[in-house]
Design a protein around this ligand. Sequence first.
Ligand code: NAD
Length: 369
Amino acid sequence: MAQYNLLLLPGDGIGPEVMGQVERIIAWLNKQGGNTFTTETDLVGGCAYDAHGQAISDATIDKALAADAVILGAVGGPKWDGIGYDVRPEAGLLRLRKDLQLFANLRPAVCFDALADASSLKRELVEGLDIMIVRELTGGVYFGEPRGITDLGNGQRRGVNTQVYDTFEIERVARVAFDLARKRGNRVTSVEKRNVMESGLLWNEDVTALHSRDYSDVTLDHMLADNCGMQLVRTPKQFDVLVTDNLFGDMLSDVAAMLTGSLGMLPSASLGEADRDGKRKALYEPVHGSAPDIAGQGLANPIATILSFGMALRYSFDMGAQADMIDQAIENVLTSGKRTADIMQDGMTAVSTTEMGDAILSELDALTS
Ligand code: NAD
């Protein structure tokens, strides 16, 4: 049996409330007689700025680099809106992504049956939905040079951003997608705009070459990004794993997220390069922010953060069976009608953050008894 070290960064707003429920799940797992986890908790975001004038300290970055995985709550809030960009709460998150070189962002869009009616699409289109979007996270137009706004001197200004990808960046994120597909439905859809962008043409050619070299057992399709946006809201269940660049991934993952209902249900993972032992640096966090409007009131839905920990079990610790059990416990709780305010529906029972944690733990007990 292995022992793993987790760095917990609850952050601001509802972050500590939702992380508290993850800690209870970790304690439960530690009693099950399998792999165990030690945890250390530290500061990121506004609370880190308050403590030492930076959104994340060097010492915390060192702990993140040494940990087997990092689990983050959320950062930010109106209290820190006026401070400089380099020390804002979000800067802590960006530094973590950069220093851990987390180039692949995994956003699952899974529709729990009990919540199928909360989607903006018809139940039959989203029931059973299970898509994985793999977004390239450290390259492309958000980082490419040249960039900036220049004054043209004639009353006009020019804004420039550069979309740029090298083969190694395309291949490493595509590998993540192909490897994931092999453990799921064995299908990858690669998304770009090769019809109008050279970087899209390179993306398409590099993914195709990698596929025929190393992944010919996986079914590969290519789709233009604009068509993909349309297909996601038309027949989302046609997809298994989608892989795309930073910009298109940013938009398409938000579109896919809304198919499944609430922000409080959406987990994510960001992965780095695999080392010689196949181990990757990894950060797991809910998609939602710090929700200052409900912070401290026991209203936050902890499921997105619990599902993010479930992704850590699956992708960092090869504990898929335990992750499946957590998914099943959540499905059972939702089917029983217990709901936090964000996913409340007529006839259901309103529960607090802690009561949702209680209910999931009871289901886990029931599933293992
Ligand atoms: P938000 O995600 O915090 O909240 C949007 C809405 O969804 C709010 O009404 C909120 O109450 C609700 N909500 C979010 N998570 C919920 C949960 N778990 N349970 C129940 N309801 C939930 O986005 P925002 O309001 O635009 O941003 C608030 C702060 O969070 C800002 O400072 C923003 O910069 C920051 N933010 C941080 C992250 C991050 O840490 N990764 C992501 C997005 C926004």
